[in-house]
Design a protein around this ligand. Structure first.
Ligand code: ZN
Length: 294
């Protein structure tokens, strides 16, 4: 399968896996050799109709749970994750980050979750795979090679304004002693600044939280929409990068997507484009289990 993405810049952020079930992975994480990671596409699954074909959420009435499970099986096999050791988030646009342990294996996929409103997950358990969901919002990947700890967080505009990146780093430090200076951070496929049009209230929320010196690069506008409304555009990628930088992450450890969900409708799910008639993409991150039998 050939994945022909519309890239904003031609650079070397990705490994693009086209054999079998397609997915993306971050080169910076792959190069460590210890952090298996993936971001799904809308291709290579068995879901039908408007969910065709790689939908990774069970929360759709029209969806067959068996189809979603098969989609997970396929991407797990392709990217080397254990289905039994996955732990899924329960996203409600909060900045709540939860630690996942062995006791959580399979929650959200093979058995019910006993938690809710969890938009970020962290762990230091090898083999445990963190899973979060997307259709334009920003995925944040965190990997500390020294302490062998990871985090995966959902950062939409509310999460970005709430400093989700900094909250996740704080949790990694508290639980595992991770120094932000050593953490590798990846900002995953999500809506680009040209596609992310918002009203004045959202622009104002960004103005309140981010220092004035950054307003120009984060907030474009105002301009008039076709219907005469006051609109702005927000650069969520840069905003999340600024959150990470101010939390102590080194610039050279931050890897930013150049793939937009809304610019690639054939390959990725976009809420802006499709509304609720769409599937979900998922981000996956784990720590290599050295003791796992092949
Ligand atoms: Zn775009």
């Amino acid at each position: 399968m050939h994945l022909d993405f519309q890239f904003k810049n031609q650079d070397k952020v990705w490994n693009i896996h086209e054999e079998g079930t397609p997915y993306l992975s971050f080169r910076a994480l792959d190069e460590t050799g210890i952090f298996p990671n993936a971001f799904s596409t809308r291709l290579g699954g068995v879901s039908e109709g408007y969910l065709s074909s790689m939908n990774l959420t069970f929360q759709k009435e029209e969806e067959e749970p068996e189809h979603v499970l098969e989609n997970y099986r396929r991407i797990s096999e392709a990217a080397g994750f254990s289905l039994e050791k996955m732990v899924l988030s329960h996203q409600t646009h909060t900045t709540n980050v939860r630690e996942a342990t062995e006791a959580d294996f399979g929650k959200g996929i093979l058995r019910p979750r006993d938690y809710e409103s969890v938009d970020g997950l962290v762990t230091n358990v090898p083999g445990l795979t963190l899973v979060t969901f997307y259709a334009d919002c920003v995925p944040l990947y965190f990997a500390d090679p020294e302490k062998r700890a990871i985090g995966l967080s959902h950062s939409g505009w509310r999460g970005t304004v709430g400093g989700m990146g900094a909250v996740t780093l704080k949790k990694l430090r508290e639980l595992y002693g991770s120094d932000p200076e050593r953490v590798i951070c990846c900002i995953g496929p999500s809506i680009c600044r040209d596609c992310f049009e918002v009203g004045p209230e959202v622009a104002e929320a960004f103005r309140e939280v981010f220092p004035e010196e950054h307003h120009r690069e984060l907030i474009y506008g105002p301009y008039q929409s076709r219907t005469g409304e006051e609109k702005y555009r927000i650069d969520l990628w840069r905003a999340n990068e600024l959150v990470l930088l101010s939390a102590g992450v080194r610039k050279e450890h931050i890897h930013v997507t150049n793939i937009c969900t809304r610019c690639n409708p054939e390959l990725l799910w976009s809420h802006r484009l499709l509304g609720t008639r769409r599937g979900n993409l998922a981000a996956f991150l784990s720590i290599k289990d050295e003791n796992r039998r092949i």
